[in-house]
Design a protein around this ligand. Sequence first.
Ligand SMILES: Cc1ncc(C[n+]2csc(CCOP(=O)(O)OP(=O)(O)O)c2C)c(N)n1
Ligand SMILES: [Mg+2]
Length: 277
Amino acid sequence: MTTDEELSRIATSIRRRCVTMCRGRGQGYVGQGLALADLMASLYFDEMRRDPTGALHDRFILSTGHSAIALYATLGELGEYADEELATYGMDASRIEESPLAGLPGFHITGGSLGQGLSQAVGFALGDRLRGSDARTFCLISDGELQEGQIWEAIMSAAHYRLGSLVLLIDNNRMQADGDTAEVMGIEPIPDKLAAFGFAAQRVDANNLPALRAALEATRAQSDRPHGIVCDTLPGKGVPTIEAYEKVHYVRAGDDVWAQALAEIGSTAGVRHASAE
Ligand SMILES: Cc1ncc(C[n+]2csc(CCOP(=O)(O)OP(=O)(O)O)c2C)c(N)n1
Ligand SMILES: [Mg+2]
């Protein structure tokens, strides 16, 4: 088990990486990266299991392609991407695309076209069951993606196939490219809707590490119901300058802003984790 203190240190370091990545080109999905840092730290450094070789035993499927910055930063934390390469985020000829390509280390699918990842996660989970594997599949989608019909088809099929090994995580940051999610097309009450479809549903403050730990632990129980966690997040979490942005779906800013953001996060120099328990 990784302690809350250690997870907090890791999440802070993930935040630094997200800001540093955006600083290179002066732009990117920093709000999402900062918001998801606590969840990613909890998943990759505590909840998801690894094989004795160190390879991930459980799966993480990122449906929200543009939130890849959070996963790149987490994989950087694990030493799977060098800082020099992460600094090329979004640049011409870089592998570190703002939305990832399938086959890139750590990414199972291409996710730029929203709404598709949960269907693929259901497929992975069914495949693991057929193979007799006890691997669990964690799939991250966004609140905006809940407006897509395919997501609800996937939710229906996960419940039909009693995929207890599937954990759906919804980044409920209450925003999408066109404004507040509630104003564009309301999606609440999400837990009630998930429960009506046959999921075991929870809601958690996903910027609170002990609460996240409890919510993830609750999904471990043997169940013939898939799990859904509405992860309430704050865009820009941990960096007041970014939190204060009115429109934070995509941030373009001068170097002074990125320098200020790094100063607000503070130093976590020397943190690098080769593996996690
Ligand atoms: C199928 C599809 N439709 C539209 C888009 C354009 N698009 C990119 S990001 C985005 C906002 C989606 O909402 P959410 O993922 O909640 O955004 P965030 O919280 O990151 O602002 C949209 C509509 C897309 N990538 N894919
Ligand atoms: Mg959103």
